[in-house]
Design a binder for this molecule. Structure first.
Ligand code: OSB
Ligand code: MG
Length: 375
């Protein structure tokens, strides 16, 4: 695959309702879309970093910079025999996983068009529909939250995830669990606790949770191992698993019993599949996490979720969970039994709603080989 041209777009979409985690309250979903041209096709990918370095250290501005000044010049430097070939040649670059993942996704999208095969087929997907759940943010009161749980269940979501933080944890989980005794329920702390909070976290064991996601520091796998020994609820790591090697170390240490895989966090779909395979070999269940993706990232995450060891419902809800109008048409919808269809055709570009996309685009720039930009 030779890449002739790359376009970056900064997209900003209003969220239907604010989404609050232990680290931020988001009212808008901003992302970068990466569009690569080559071999007579175009491929699309999404960069899932946030405006501020609150989930990990990257921001959309650092991603733009790494793409513009490092990755895009490299992608023009030669012909790529495969996406794996590209990944090998950027292995020396440190971190900046979300920036890499956005470009890698666009290359996968293009490659799938060249091959005439869907991403799910290329990656060894085994199902045409995947089970999904919904992630509910922190609210100011239970009166605000409980109707959302009720609505999520009524829509058919297969599990509910509650965001927690100190002051919004045991009481909330207790209220939800007592009203819905059989609900598949999990919580996500986004690193809001410390090992000293172990006693409080042990309180979660009373509520038959499927898992507790990332209770401790974003970069920790040592304290999580200590905590896991004292909890019966499985710990699922999100933020702290940023590579296949880190996943192996965490599993060796016993820091988690379940792994959340987000392509952006780990540097792309090649790394995601490697982590998936490692977990499968060790009998550790995985699920596909989310970063409030637009339709572009959402469709590609669905393809990933069709792999066999994604055994728990993913954070891949319907487009309308977050957006009044997504940038793809048709948008992602939930079937009444809580599943979403996996795309069966290559290329997300054909599904773009250009009016919506242009409306939400704040900035765009085209890069071509050999064209030195004037600053
Ligand atoms: O920790 O899983 C997380 C959203 C932004 C940043 C981090 C997380 C989340 C979510 C939302 O939980 C998942 C989704 O996209 O639906
Ligand atoms: Mg999480």
């Amino acid at each position: 695959m030779r890449i002739d041209r790359v376009e970056l777009r900064w997209v900003s979409m209003p969220l239907r309702t604010p989404f609050e985690t232990s680290f931020a309250r988001e009212t808008n979903k901003d992302c970068l879309l990466v569009r690569v041209f080559g071999e007579g096709f175009e491929g699309w990918g999404e960069v899932v970093a946030m405006n501020e370095p609150l989930y990990n250290e990257e921001t959309l501005k650092t991603c733009w910079h790494i793409l513009e000044d490092v990755l895009i010049p490299l992608v023009f430097s030669r012909d790529w025999s495969s996406v794996e070939d590209w990944c090998r040649s950027v292995r020396h670059i440190r971190r900046n996983y979300m920036a890499r993942a956005g470009l890698e996704a666009a290359l996968w999208d293009l490659y799938s068009l060249c091959e005439g095969k869907s991403l799910a087929t290329l990656w060894g997907g085994v199902r045409s529909r995947v089970e999904v759940g919904i992630s509910l943010g922190i609210e100011s009161s239970l009166e605000q939250l409980l109707p959302q749980v009720e609505a999520g269940i009524a829509e058919g979501y297969r599990r509910i995830k509650l965001k927690i933080k100190p002051g919004w944890d045991l009481e909330v989980v207790k209220a939800v669990r007592s009203r819905w005794p059989d609900l598949v329920l999990q919580v996500d702390a986004n690193s809001a606790y410390r090992l000293e909070d172990s006693e409080l976290l042990k309180g979660l064991d009373d509520f038959s949770l499927l898992l507790v996601e990332q209770p401790l520091e974003h970069d920790d796998i040592v304290d999580h191992a200590v905590l896991q020994r004292s909890l019966s609820t499985p710990i699922c790591l999100d933020e702290s698993i940023d590579s296949g090697d880190q996943c192996r170390r965490a599993l060796d240490l016993g820091s988690a019993r379940i792994i959340n895989i987000k392509p952006g966090r780990v540097g792309g779909f090649v790394a995601s599949r490697a982590i998936h395979d490692l977990c499968a070999a060790r009998g550790v269940p995985c699920w596909v996490g989310g970063m409030l993706e637009t339709g572009v990232g959402r469709l590609q995450n669905l393809a990933l979720a069709s792999l066999p060891n994604f055994r728990l419902p993913g954070d891949i809800s319907a487009s309308r969970r977050y957006f009044t109008r997504d940038i793809i048409e048709p948008e992602v919808t939930l079937e009444p039994d809580g599943c979403v269809r996996v795309p069966q055709v290559p290329g997300v570009g054909q599904f773009l709603d250009w009016r919506a996309l242009d409306f939400y685009t704040q900035r765009s720039e085209v890069f071509q080989p050999g064209v030195v930009r004037q600053c």
